[in-house]
Design a protein around this ligand. Structure first.
Ligand SMILES: Nc1ncnc2c1ncn2[C@@H]1O[C@H](COP(=O)(O)OP(=O)(O)OP(=O)(O)O)[C@@H](O)[C@H]1O
Ligand SMILES: [Mg+2]
Length: 284
């Protein structure tokens, strides 16, 4: 099967860094999938997303995006295929108003004013920022700025959207709303998404596939359904924990309160399991 992102034995270091920051990175991302990149502070999440978007160029190995090899010659093409949303919207948004922020890439692409206005309204609707398009960036809340930075990354219709810790700094409902939005856009546009996070509960809710990065290496990877149920790998190899619900059911299973072998890792999976158990008891 061909992959929209293929990374082979990729190594990267910053000019200022003594040692490698990313080592031996291998990735194969399926088109249309949502991938979570889990890792603790300083593990290399932001650096990896910046390499995949062509902001930094790796020193060893290969990175292919839509079959195009990422190198200095192709970097412009790659940047058109990939939209990157940085962790902090303040560093992302450079223009005084939302409309100007969204217009710049469209002007650079040579669209006329009518096309620009149409495209901005289309993207604003998609991201739920219609009512703030003519506001100044300074008047927006943090959550609104996050949405504007997503709109700005989507404005040129990239094939791949990379989000660096998209839920950081948002309230619990804001997190769910933002991730629901990302999932919905990805489905509708058949877009491939990679989001970095330190929140395993969010990874369990929104990803199809998971990579775990630790000290610059991918230490575990696998389908969300497999990897996020694997308590041993998560704890021992990755330095992570199970999801909260997963941990609760792990204890219940260990204590013999529940006689099941597949660990539920989200609330909806747990509810389905409890309903199943109730039906088994009823049928007795
Ligand atoms: N511009 C830079 N120059 C030199 N070293 C850097 C630079 N940016 C990051 N690093 C180093 O690279 C490593 C990985 O950093 P990175 O920001 O990618 O991690 P992260 O997983 O995104 O962390 P966080 O969760 O804190 O955002 C760290 O050791 C960091 O100190
Ligand atoms: Mg980071």
């Amino acid at each position: 099967m061909s992959h929209i992102i293929e990374v082979r034995d990729m190594w990267f270091k910053y000019r200022a860094s003594e040692d490698w920051v990313l080592r031996e990175i291998n990735m194969d991302v399926e088109e249309g999938s949502i991938v979570a990149l889990l890792g603790v502070n300083g593990s290399g999440k932001t650096t990896l997303l910046k390499v995949l978007s062509g902001i930094f160029i790796h020193q060893r190995g290969t990175v292919k995006i839509c079959g195009i090899e990422l190198d200095r010659k192709n970097v412009k093409k790659i940047r058109e295929l990939v939209g990157l949303v940085l962790q902090d919207p303040e560093t992302h948004l450079l223009m005084p108003t939302v409309r100007e922020e969204l217009s710049i890439p469209l002007i650079a692409r040579g669209l006329d004013q009518k096309e620009i206005d149409e495209r901005i309204m289309e993207i604003a609707k998609l991201v739920g920022i219609e009512s703030i398009v003519d506001k100044s960036i300074d008047e927006l809340s943090f959550g609104q700025k996050k949405r504007v930075s997503i709109a700005s990354a989507l404005i040129l219709e990239p094939k791949i959207l990379l989000l660096d810790e998209p839920t950081l700094g948002l309230d619990p409902i804001g997190c769910i709303r933002l991730m629901d939005l990302v999932k919905d856009i990805a489905k509708r546009k058949n877009m491939t998404v990679i989001f970095s996070t330190q929140d395993i509960d969010i990874a369990a809710l929104y990803s199809d596939y998971v990579y775990v990065i630790r000290e610059g290496r991918i230490v575990a990877r696998g389908p969300r359904d497999v990897l996020l149920r694997d308590a041993y790998t998560l704890r021992e190899k990755c330095g992570l924990r199970l999801t909260r619900i997963g941990h609760l059911f792990e204890i219940a299973m260990m204590k013999g309160l529940i006689d099941e072998d597949v660990l539920p890792i989200t609330i909806s999976e747990a509810v389905r399991l409890l309903e199943k158990i109730k039906n088994i008891i009823k049928a007795r």
